[in-house]
Design a protein around this ligand. Structure first.
Ligand code: 5GP
Length: 211
């Protein structure tokens, strides 16, 4: 079967552990997946590196990328722009890689409009209590920040049913395998294998006429 890459959008609450999950998926299956790096106008946080977590660019540069059509989608999130560069995504899909975008819901829905075969996955902790405990347990955020993340989680929870799958992140190890199985299972969907079906139909007709 001809293997075309699938475009996958992963969203999830802050504190859902989606970042760790993606890192683990990529380190286990480096030949299967490629992770897109977004461009953003927000300032790097401590420990972040340009070209690794994000491409950190100015508002001016970002607006130029929009004008030139160099972004698949972009969104404004808490006063900053975030967007997905087109060239990398298209190149990796062509190479047959499954390309992962870790983006929020407005972007997710825009991507699905321009790439109708996009697979949308939403990562959630097993419960609301667990999410709050994880945010508090990080120990890096003030109570105000935790409250605003919980507010944001309430909003995001309203959009969960636009996604194709919910991934409950209870245990990292089993969750990575579940994610991998869901994505690889997608390759077998009939609508993703139109060329194969066309060929086999034609071959069957031809062979039927031969002795
Ligand atoms: P943070 O500032 O915490 O790194 O990211 C804030 C939010 O922006 C997260 O929900 C993240 O998934 C989302 N985000 C990151 N990159 C992109 C992007 O390229 N496009 C969109 N629409 N959202 C993004």
């Amino acid at each position: 079967m001809d293997r075309k890459g699938i475009l996958i959008v992963v969203s999830g609450f802050s504190g859902s552990g989606k970042g760790t999950l993606m890192k683990e998926l990529l380190s286990r299956y480096p030949d299967t997946y490629a992770l897109s790096i977004s461009a953003t106008t927000r300032k790097p946080r401590e420990g972040e590196e340009d070209g690794r977590e994000y491409f950190f660019i100015s508002k001016d540069e970002f607006e130029k990328m929009i004008a030139k059509g160099e972004l698949i989608e972009y969104a404004k999130y808490v006063e900053n722009y975030y967007g997905t560069p087109r060239a990398y995504v298209e190149q990796k899909l062509k190479e047959g890689k499954d390309v992962i975008l870790e983006i929020e819901i407005q972007g997710a829905l825009k991507v699905r409009k321009s790439f109708p075969g996009t697979l949308l996955l939403f990562v959630t902790p097993p419960s609301a209590q667990e999410l709050k405990a994880r945010l508090v347990g990080r120990g890096t955020e003030t109570m105000d920040v935790i409250r605003s993340r919980m507010d944001r989680a309430c909003e995001e929870a309203e959009g969960m049913d636009s996604y194709d799958y919910l991934i409950v992140n209870d245990n990292l190890d089993s969750c990575v395998e579940e994610l991998h199985e869901i994505i690889q299972g997608e390759h077998h969907r009939s609508f993703r294998n139109k060329a194969f079906m066309k060929d086999i139909r034609e071959d069957l007709k031809r062979l039927k006429g031969e002795d």
